[in-house]
Design a protein around this ligand. Structure first.
Ligand SMILES: [Zn+2]
Length: 173
């Protein structure tokens, strides 16, 4: 459990402009647990500390929504405004950059999978080309066999007719 001194004196440069409230101990949120000290990053309250529900983990998961300022509001100097805007701008740029990096990484993965698919297709094409070559050779061989068979058939017919003619001419004598 944090003591009042640790809460009010725990300062960083970002919280210098905010005057800390004297709090004996962190209030309990609607979940019934001791709240944690967090820092606001909105342009209006940049660096101002508050007690928030410890179950808060993000905008989608805000916990019970408990919220209580730890720091009093303080007047901004003109320069602070500019600084805060600059920091917020920088944060947005960082977010954009991260999103772009994530996008380009996703594209890289996409391109990789494209390349892999292309390679696979090429391999398949090569395989079917080889198959075609084998089939071509088979057809060529079959054609040659057919030629040879026809030649043999013609030869045997010629021989048969020759024998027949010789036989007939011999018989007629
Ligand atoms: Zn809560």
């Amino acid at each position: 459990m944090a003591s009042s001194s640790s809460i009010s004196t725990a300062r960083s440069s970002a919280s210098q402009r905010w005057a800390p409230r004297e709090v004996s101990e962190p209030p309990r949120c609607k979940c019934g647990i001791s709240t944690s000290v967090r820092r606001s990053f909105t342009p209006e309250n940049f660096g101002r500390r508050f007690f928030g529900c410890p179950n808060y983990t993000g905008r989608e998961n805000p916990g019970c929504g408990f919220f209580d300022w730890l720091d009093y509001p303080a007047a901004f100097e003109a320069n602070d405004d500019a600084l805060v805007l600059l920091i917020v701008k920088m944060q947005r740029l960082e977010e954009k950059l991260e999103a772009e990096i994530a996008k380009s990484q996703a594209k890289d993965v996409e391109i990789d999978s494209f390349k892999e698919r292309e390679k696979l297709l090429e391999e398949k094409l090569q395989g079917s080309n080889n198959n075609l070559k084998v089939k071509d050779e088979e057809i060529k061989r079959l054609k040659e066999n057919g030629h040879r068979l026809r030649e043999q058939l013609i030869k045997s017919w010629v021989l048969f007719i020759f024998v027949l003619v010789v036989g007939i001419s011999l018989g007629m004598k």
